[in-house]
Write a protein of this length. Structure first.
Length: 192
């Protein structure tokens, strides 16, 4: 050990170094706590979510399917899940009278063209019937404008259900198969 002014300088250097280290630790802890608080607030705040999206914990409300039934067409239900461009779905009696669900959608580039009667082109719809999800080419939807199915609402007919998740986004399923459309495009599908 040194004596005199060398000892005093050495002590002050040690004290200053310890204070600097403690200050950095305190600053790092404060920043870490602030980041956690900001992250928690952003994920739990209802205003942090998009105003049109439903959160996974949001309550889904079932609608009366009769409100979406086409006048004069037994077993035919029609609604929209997006407005610009119009995105619509329908449940109708399909092959052998089994209920079939059809929703307008876009597909990834390179999806093979299809033929439906005299029409040939890329698929513009997805269908769900029982345990099958298939691409489909829908020539036209018809003249009647469909009633919108609002965000957070679910329609169920004969075991087929669709929930509007956000503008141009829906999730539809049967007990064995289903699909999800986000921003108008098919993004997920599973067969039974």
């Amino acid at each position: 050990m040194t004596t005199g002014s060398g000892t005093t300088i050495s002590r002050w250097t040690t004290i200053a170094s310890c204070a600097a280290v403690l200050g950095l630790v305190a600053l790092a802890t404060a920043c870490s706590d602030a980041d956690v608080a900001q992250t928690s607030a952003a994920t739990s705040s209802p205003t942090a979510a998009s105003p049109t999206a439903t959160s996974p914990t949001a309550t889904v409300v079932d609608v009366d399917a009769a409100d979406y039934q086409r006048s004069g067409q037994a077993g035919y239900y029609h609604w929209s899940y997006g407005t610009s461009p119009l995105r619509e779905c329908a449940i109708y009696p399909g092959e052998n009278g089994a209920p079939t669900l059809l929703c307008a959608a876009t597909f990834a580039p390179g999806t093979p063209d299809m033929t439906n009667d005299v029409f040939t082109g890329p698929p513009n719809s997805v269908t769900l019937s029982g345990e099958r999800v298939e691409n489909y080419l829908q020539p036209e939807w018809g003249p009647a404008a469909p009633k919108p199915l609002p965000v957070g609402r679910r329609i169920t007919v004969s075991g087929l259900s669709c929930t509007t998740l956000a503008e141009a986004s829906t999730e539809c399923h049967s007990s064995a198969a289903g699909f999800r459309i986000a921003a108008g495009a098919v993004v997920e599908r599973h067969d039974g």
